[in-house]
Design a protein around this ligand. Structure first.
Ligand code: GLY
Length: 319
């Protein structure tokens, strides 16, 4: 029997380290996913997830999150929720509901309030500076307002062969109020079936949802593809389809594991990072390259890791 834990982006490292300890001690995969994502949501310097996430065009932080139990296939999700500390925990609680398990906006906030979830102003001073600087850039340099879609997505397998997946994001910086991406959408931002495996995505939600890429990866693994083959095929097929039909494809990156604890990763961008831990691999950050539909990756260097945190926490000034 084995355990495994995988997540999108370097920002998941500390969470994966904590969750890996749980899984090693025969802990539950859902607890590992929730614990790890909460750590990402709570860290104020990650500007695309939770506290410190960048706001929509009205200056409001609207958060999306989802949780899926791979045994029961139960799903819970929230979209456009404001001022609650840990959307992933609200999503997990919603996954226990038979009806009304995906709530948006005010409905999600009422549910969170009634169920005792902690209310916090999620808009930080640092996020306000980013917002004001971007408004200025848009006016003076004719830049597109949209950027920043580094969703944290995780999939875990525990020693009882149960699997779970979760996502959390503040979505596109400067999005329209109410805009929802792939992250809370089953099959697009995440999917997991303990009898097969699970996958989660990050990138441009508007494009990821055109191919239901997470479900497609799980479907391919069910057909016998290894996780790496399934991830590469799903991302490359969707990327090529979008280019042939629309002349362009947004960023699409995925990570996945099967129910044996083997993992895969694929991306159509340079520099996508991910974190993985298994019973034979301590939590490690990898950085990916993509070439003709094939993804390769290597362990992040010490220099890359140092630079990552330095950039995230560097002082920020109003332009
Ligand atoms: N992938 C996150 C989003 O598009 O909102």
């Amino acid at each position: 029997m084995s355990w495994a834990f995988i997540a999108t982006w370097r920002m998941a490292l500390e969470g994966i380290q904590e969750g890996a300890k749980l899984l090693e001690d025969n802990g539950n995969c859902g607890d590992a996913v929730e614990t790890a994502i909460k750590m990402v949501e709570d860290f104020p310097y990650y500007k695309s997830v939770g506290y410190g996430g960048l706001p929509n065009e009205n200056g409001e932080v609207e958060l999306d999150a989802a949780y899926m139990d791979g045994d029961s296939l139960s799903i819970g999700a929230v979209a456009g929720i404001k001022d609650f500390k840990n959307p992933i925990s609200i999503a997990r609680k919603l996954s226990k509901e038979k009806f009304n398990c995906f709530l948006v906006g005010q409905g999600a906030e009422e549910y969170a309030h009634k169920n005792g979830f902690e209310r916090v102003n999620m808009l930080t001073d640092r996020a306000i500076i980013h917002y004001k600087n971007r408004l200025k850039e848009i006016k003076t340099r004719d830049l597109t307002p949209y950027s920043g879609h580094d969703t944290v997505g995780m999939v875990a397998l525990d020693l009882n062969n149960s699997m779970a997946a979760g996502t959390s994001t503040s979505g596109l910086f400067m999005k329209k109020r109410g805009r929802t991406g792939d992250s809370p959408l089953s099959g697009s931002g995440f999917y997991v079936d303990s009898e097969i495996g699970g996958a989660t995505a990050t990138g441009l939600g508007e494009d990821i949802m055109k191919g239901c890429v997470s479900y497609e990866i799980v479907r391919l693994m069910k057909e016998g593809y290894t996780p790496q083959e399934a991830a590469d095929k799903a991302v490359s097929d969707l990327n090529n389809l979008l280019i042939s039909r629309r002349k362009e494809a947004g960023d699409i990156s995925v990570v996945c594991i099967n129910n044996k604890g083997e993992f895969g990763v694929a991306t159509n961008i340079e520099g996508f990072s991910f974190v993985v831990a298994t019973d034979s691999l301590s939590p490690t950050v990898y950085v990916c390259s993509s070439d003709n539909g094939r993804t390769t990756y290597e362990a992040a260097s010490k220099e890359w890791l140092d630079d990552y945190m330095k950039t995230r926490t560097a002082p920020l000034e109003l332009k």
